[in-house]
Design a protein around this ligand. Structure first.
Ligand code: PLP
Length: 376
C-alpha cells in the first residue's frame, strides 16, 4: 500500500490533453489564451467581475495589501488561526499584523473580538489599514457580522479564500466578499496548478493595477520602462491550462470532499471525546480538510497519539494550524486572543481528505482510527 496523504493533487486525465495543447500551441510565454480563459472561468464560478492569475495565493494577498496602500508602520488585522501567508504578506510590506482569535462556534474569525480590537485600536489612534479575513478549512467567515464592523471604520477587507473555492455563504460563493479575495491553487487545494493563485474583485482599475504590478510593472511601450517597482507574479499559460482541466470537474471534487466528510462523521462522530469542526448554519463549506478535536481526558489518548499511530500505517494527518500569535516569527506582533485557537491547536487533527482518495483508502484510515480507539 502506498502512503495516504492529507490532500494529494487529484489528476483525472483531461489535464494532460490541455497541457499538451498549450505546449503544441507554443504558448509557453507567461501569458496566453489559457490564462485568459482560466481567469474568465474562475471569475464566473466565484461570481466576480475580474480575476488575475498569479503564481500563488500568497502573491495575491501581497498585491492586494499593496494596492490597498499598506506600507511601513501600518497594521493589518489578520485571523490568528490560519497559515502564515496573510501575516507574511503584511510583513513583506513593512506592516505589522495584529492577530485576532476565532469564534469557538465556527472556528472562523470572531466578530466580537474584532469589534473589541477595532474599538481599542481607534482609542490608541491607530486603526488597521486593512484586514485579511480567512475562510478557514473551506468554511466561510461570518461576513454579515464582520463586514459592517470594518466598514464602520473604513477598513478594506481582503477575503483569504485560499482554501474555500466552492464554499458558499448565504448562497454566495467564497471569493466574492470584501474589496477583493485571494485563491490558492497550491498542490493540496481543491483544484491545483501545482503552484498558483488568483486575485478576485469587482473593481476594474484595481484588477488592472494588480495585473500590472504582477508583470514587473512594465509600461506598455516597446522598450522596458518602469515607473515603479513590480513583481514577477503572473501565472503561466501552461499552468493555467492545467487549472482549466481541474476546474472543469470542480463539482465532482466538491462532492467527493463532502462525501469523505460525511463518512468520517458517520464513522467517528459518536466516539467519546472526538468532535468535528463545527459547520455554521450560514453556509456550505467545501470540506477542504475534515478536522476533528480530541479531548484526551475523555478519549484516553491525545491527537498526537492518534497522529503518530496513523503515521505507523503510512497515513498522513496533521495538527490543525498553529496560531500565528504563537509563532516565533511573529512573537512581537500584537494579538487579541481568548484561548480558542490555542485550545483547537492543542487538540485538533486534520484527517486525509483529498478528493482523489479511494474508498478503500478512506476505509483504511477509518479502520485504523477505530482500531486505535478500541484499545483505549
Ligand atoms: C488560508 C491560506 N492562505 C493562503 C495560502 C497561501 O497560498 P499559496 O500556497 O498558494 O501561496 C494558503 C495555503 O497555501 C492558505 O491555506
Amino acid at each position: 500500500m502506498s502512503r495516504i496523504y492529507l490532500s494529494a493533487p487529484d489528476v483525472r486525465g483531461a489535464e494532460r490533453e490541455l497541457v499538451d495543447a498549450a505546449i503544441s500551441s507554443n504558448w509557453l510565454a507567461p501569458v496566453g489564451p489559457d490564462l485568459d480563459a482560466f481567469e474568465r472561468e474562475v471569475a464566473s464560478v466565484t461570481e466576480v467581475a475580474y480575476a488575475v492569475g498569479l503564481t500563488s495565493g500568497t502573491a495575491a494577498l501581497h498585491l492586494a495589501l499593496h494596492e490597498l496602500g499598506v506600507g511601513p508602520g501600518d497594521t493589518v488585522l489578520v485571523s490568528t488561526f490560519t497559515f502564515a501567508s496573510p501575516a507574511n504578506a503584511a510583513a513583506y510590506l513593512g506592516a505589522t499584523p495584529v492577530f485576532v482569535d476565532s469564534d469557538p462556534e465556527t472556528w472562523e474569525l470572531s466578530a466580537s473580538l474584532v469589534s473589541e480590537e477595532l474599538a481599542a485600536s481607534e482609542k490608541r489612534g491607530q486603526l488597521p489599514k486593512a484586514a485579511v479575513v480567512v475562510d478557514l478549512y473551506g468554511q466561510c467567515a461570518d461576513y454579515d457580522e464582520l463586514l459592517p464592523l470594518f466598514a464602520e471604520h473604513g477598513i478594506a477587507v481582503v477575503e483569504d479564500a485560499a482554501e474555500a473555492l466552492g464554499a458558499t455563504y448565504r448562497g454566495r460563493p467564497a471569493g466574492s466578499f470584501g474589496k477583493c479575495a485571494a485563491l490558492s491553487f497550491n498542490g493540496n487545494k481543491i483544484i491545483t496548478t501545482s503552484g498558483g493563485g488568483m486575485l478576485l474583485c469587482n473593481d476594474e482599475p484595481f484588477a488592472a493595477r494588480v495585473r500590472h504590478l504582477a508583470t514587473q510593472a512594465r509600461e506598455p511601450v516597446a522598450h522596458y520602462e518602469h515607473l515603479e517597482i513590480g513583481y514577477n507574479y503572473r501565472l503561466s499559460n501552461l499552468l493555467a491550462a492545467l487549472g482549466r482541466a481541474q476546474l472543469a470537474t470542480l463539482g465532482d471534487r466538491l462532492q467527493r470532499r463532502r462525501a469523505i466528510n460525511e463518512l468520517y462523521r458517520e464513522s467517528l462522530g459518536s466516539l467519546p471525546g472526538v468532535s468535528f469542526m463545527p459547520v455554521a448554519s450560514y453556509g456550505e463549506p467545501n470540506h477542504w480538510l475534515t478536522c476533528i478535536t480530541i479531548d484526551p481526558d475523555i478519549a484516553g489518548f491525545s491527537r498526537e497519539d492518534l497522529r503518530l499511530h496513523l503515521e505507523t500505517a503510512d497515513i498522513e494527518s496533521r495538527p490543525t494550524w498553529k496560531p500565528m500569535h504563537m509563532q516565533p516569527a511573529f512573537k512581537d506582533a500584537p494579538a487579541r486572543v481568548d484561548g480558542t485557537s490555542e485550545q483547537i491547536f492543542a487538540t485538533g487533527l486534520c484527517l486525509p481528505s483529498g478528493s482523489g482518495m479511494s474508498d478503500s483508502e478512506l476505509d483504511t484510515v477509518i479502520a485504523k482510527i477505530l482500531e486505535y480507539v478500541s484499545r483505549h
